[in-house]
Design a protein around this ligand. Sequence first.
Ligand SMILES: *Cc1c(COP(=O)(O)O)cnc(C)c1O
Length: 397
Amino acid sequence: MTKQAQAIRDVQDFGEEGGVVPVIDIASTSTFLDPLDMEKTFHGDLQGCYLYSRHSNPTVNAFGRKFAALENMEAALGVSSGMAAIASSIEQLVPHGGHIVSSRTVYGGTYAFFKNVLPKRGVRVTFVDTDDLRAVENAIEPNTKIIFTETLSNPLLRIAPLKELSDLKKKYGLQLVVDNTFTPLIISPADFGADVVIHSCTKYISGSSDMIAGVVTGSKDFIQSLIDVNSGVVMLTGPVMDAKIAHELYLRLDHLPIRMAAHSKSAAFLATRMEDLGIPVIYPGLKSHEHHTLMSSMMNEGYGHGGMIAIDCLTSTQAMNLASQLQKVRFGLYAVSLGFSRTLMSCPSVSTSSEIPADEQKEMHLSPGLLRLSVGYTGDDEVLWRRFKDCYQQLLK
Ligand SMILES: *Cc1c(COP(=O)(O)O)cnc(C)c1O
């Protein structure tokens, strides 16, 4: 068993009568036996009392403890979505007039938030290739507060050199904020010096495409600052996690290690077969991938190179035709998102990355015909491969 799987397992909470799983504490408000304690709690003079569930909730806290163990961080806070995790962290860390250096190849929603919403809040963002360390350093300004990057970028599957970015943030007194949605367990950004690590729990953490949720991990002080009664962005703008969702995710974390290994195993199988057939395939587990060695040097043992594959079909029409055919033969589903038990397929240039203007898509080498696969872990790899191969050869060869 790997270090992360053990850390998750060792967080142990019981039900009220000794049940092997904790109960869901659904109360929105908590009783104070001594009215004076409520007054002290509001003034911040008394810690550890449950007050109101927008501030803190026992079930959401239990999920936070388990998630902090997973990310090797001091603390974690469940929130209502991945975007809430990103937006709240940034609002808490970057004041009006502040500046962010961000990777250019971020999730489309993040890109649109940075480009269209943050300027209205007086925060500017400079986009760079985060694997070009000189470009990152050149973009740093006196008002820069954070460097933002995804560990494994979407949809081009490039790896951010977290250790080197961390050296830079130390040199300039910044914070390194990492979106680790694509690589839970596989890479632990905290081990390379990340200050804040966020996830969209909607994806692999949920694993069932049945909820929207997110999480922020970081130092105890930072997580506490998010729920401060007088200045916490999560407390005061309200994108908290519901206790019922927290309970679901708490239980699912136990089998995340098995699921991640299974996603990676099937993805590696398919990517290898695709490459053997001469298909232009991007998968960091392949030696042909530019960042194969870098990723391998940063990975935790036992979870593989992840479940995401991208193949270049040259035009979006060809990508969509292939996906449509693949859906008919039950290879996968044409849907955005990732981390589901079955394979999900989408064409980023006309969907999740469509917020990025065409000329910028070109600049970042995002082919209009890229088909992104989030490889599931159900079904027989050999059967699925045969279905893929038949469709591909019919349509694109
Ligand atoms: C989906 C996703 C998000 C946004 O998460 P939501 O839960 O949909 O708000 C952020 N970053 C990455 C990398 C994602 O894939």
